[in-house]
Design a protein around this ligand. Sequence first.
Ligand code: I3S
Length: 128
Amino acid sequence: RGFGLPVYREPSEKCGVLNVTKITEHGKKVRKNWASTWTVLQGSSLLFAKGQGSGTSWFGGNQSKPEFTVDLRGGSVEWASKEKSSKKHVIELKTRVGTELLIQSEIDSVINDWFRALSETINTHAWE
Ligand code: I3S
């Protein structure tokens, strides 16, 4: 930084439908339950709402609330190993409080964008 070059930043708000499952909660392993999930990145939070089918639900309205929210500060993301899932393009997200999630999309560009956005968010908020 500081060479006068513009720094590319992912938008701090991003949303879309991803396949998501928890694998650990507060450090304890939980059973996988992959679900098509409407996902919103908002500041340093990641919000999830189970979609009706292919993700038509929107929790900006009054009928549905986020199913759960994850604080990305102090967390980490990496590409999941084959042992974690047989699916391709799987991101493993670990939070500071010991929740681990797998996030997946069949679409390369989609999951790559999410990987970048999540990494950048974690880096940006690393010292909070
Ligand atoms: O890590 P696992 O246990 O092989 O995960 C698979 C299972 O959760 C399976 O469901 P049940 O065994 O509970 O019926 C899911 O259908 C699979 O999708 C899980 O594996 P992948 O490799 O898809 O993450």
